[in-house]
Write a protein that binds this ligand. Structure first.
Ligand SMILES: *Cc1c(COP(=O)(O)O)cnc(C)c1O
Length: 433
């Protein structure tokens, strides 16, 4: 059997028809140059991470866990110095006690804002879960309950910054600006790091002491620069997304100026304790190794996103970003035009997973959502969205959002499987060139 015959056979055994595979391979061949550019960024970022680990003389002593108060946890401090070097910031707080991205963002905000201060979002509505953190939606313990007000300047129709609106929104109480890099599940473009830099310069030209925080979720290692390179005072994210490389079982990070990071540390722990406590238990090695893997993992996820955009675009489904656009995060939206399409897509992603491939995801009424949502995830780490995952709210226009893939080949299988389910259900028709 030839190599390609062998490959076709194993795909077929997994449920991918010869026709679907041939179509996928045709799309893949057309993406050669883009994949090479992604590999180039991954190479640069890989070296950046290795250089930071070498500079900080990482050794197996740093992988040992502590318990209880976690005084003198060598690995914890070393990991934080490595993060600061990778993100080009003065300091960083990287902890398993930060339970998710929302918690990291909350810790950064609550630690640096005081009663009477105002928070500004110059890029429109923030990620859903932050609405409750801020108090845009009433919530127990929100920043609003502590006397911190909020103002927002929406993006312009064309996705540009509303400079006049931002200028009007800034006032003597404006203490902190929160800038979300990824579009998340909104329909606006994701911001490049360069554009974020321009926005930060503009804000600081009006009021130089505004703390500029970037929600970096899903953005890490997509580009060769990070928000700290363009003037962000804090860069914040989740370790079960990009920078954990799929190996971190939990955690979040806040990289930024000494003062901002320290304020966040006192909020995470307690006044008086700050960053001196916090046992790493046994997770240090996974956090180091995950960061080491992250540039390559993000490259695989990015290839998957671009592959999916091109596959579905060719078959006549609207995709966002489109197949040609440059990328600043790893999320891909596909408009499948029907509830059956969303279900078939998610079932394909699930069927391709290494874990729980045998379950069939179905739509359910998730708390906090105004329509049933169908989710596909067969992950090693619960809820990890650097692993191949998809979710689709069952409502017009029937979008599915998907992201991740620890390896490109898994992402490719997942997308081919989603397509196969669509084709089998008569919801998509393969057209070859
Ligand atoms: C995922 C995400 C968050 C929140 O992270 P969780 O880990 O789900 O709490 C915040 N902002 C953006 C842009 C995200 O993608």
């Amino acid at each position: 059997m030839s190599k390609s015959e062998q490959l076709g056979q194993i795909y077929e055994n997994l449920g991918i028809s010869r026709e679907t595979l041939a179509f996928g391979e045709e799309i893949e061949r057309s993406l050669k140059e883009r994949f090479e550019a992604i590999d180039g960024t991954a190479e640069y970022n890989q070296l950046k991470v290795i250089a930071a680990m070498q500079k900080n003389r990482i050794s197996d002593i740093h992988f040992a866990g502590t318990t209880g108060y976690g005084y003198n946890d060598l690995g914890r401090g070393a990991l934080e110095r490595v993060y600061a070097d990778v993100f080009h910031t003065e300091d960083a707080l990287v902890r398993p006690q930060i339970v998710c991205g929302t918690h990291a963002l909350y810790t950064a905000l609550a630690g640096n804002l005081r009663p009477g201060d105002e928070l500004l979002s110059p890029v429109g509505k923030p990620y859903d879960t932050l609405e409750e953190v801020i108090g845009i939606r009433e919530s127990n313990g929100s920043l609003k309950e502590y006397g911190i007000t909020y103002r927002q300047a929406d993006l312009l129709e064309d996705g540009g910054f509303d400079y006049e609106g931002i200028r009007r929104a800034i006032n003597p109480r404006t203490k902190l600006a929160t800038i979300q890099r990824s579009k998340g599940y909104a329909s606006r473009p994701t911001l490049s790091v360069e554009r974020i830099g321009g926005l930060i310069s503009f804000i600081k030209s009006i009021k130089p002491d505004v703390i500029c925080m970037v929600d970096n979720c899903y953005g890490e290692f997509v580009e060769a620069i990070e928000p700290g390179d363009v003037g962000a005072d804090m860069t914040v994210g989740s370790l079960i997304k990009n920078p954990g490389g799929g190996l971190a079982p939990i955690g979040g990070y806040i990289a930024g100026t000494k003062a901002c990071v320290e304020n966040a540390a006192f909020r995470l722990g307690s006044p008086g304790l700050g960053r001196e406590v916090g046992a790493s238990l046994g997770v240090n090695q996974s956090l180091f190794q995950g960061l080491f893997m992250a540039p390559a993992v993000v490259a695989g996820a990015l290839k998957g996103a671009i592959f999916a955009a091109n596959v579905y675009e060719r078959l006549g489904f609207p995709v966002m970003p489109n197949g040609q656009e440059s990328r600043h995060d790893i999320i891909q939206a596909v408009t499948l035009k029907s509830p059956e399409g969303v279900a078939a897509f998610c079932q394909g992603i699930q069927a391709a997973a290494p874990v729980d491939s045998f379950v069939t995801p179905e739509a359910w009424d998730m708390p906090g959502y105004d329509s049933p949502v169908i989710m596909a995830a067969g992950a090693f780490v619960q809820g990890s969205s650097i692993e191949l995952s998809a979710d689709g709210p069952i409502k017009e226009p029937y979008n599915v959002y998907f992201q991740g893939g620890l390896t490109w080949h898994h992402a490719k299988l997942g997308i081919l499987m989603s397509l196969q389910k669509m084709v089998d259900a008569g919801l998509a028709k393969i057209v070859r060139r």
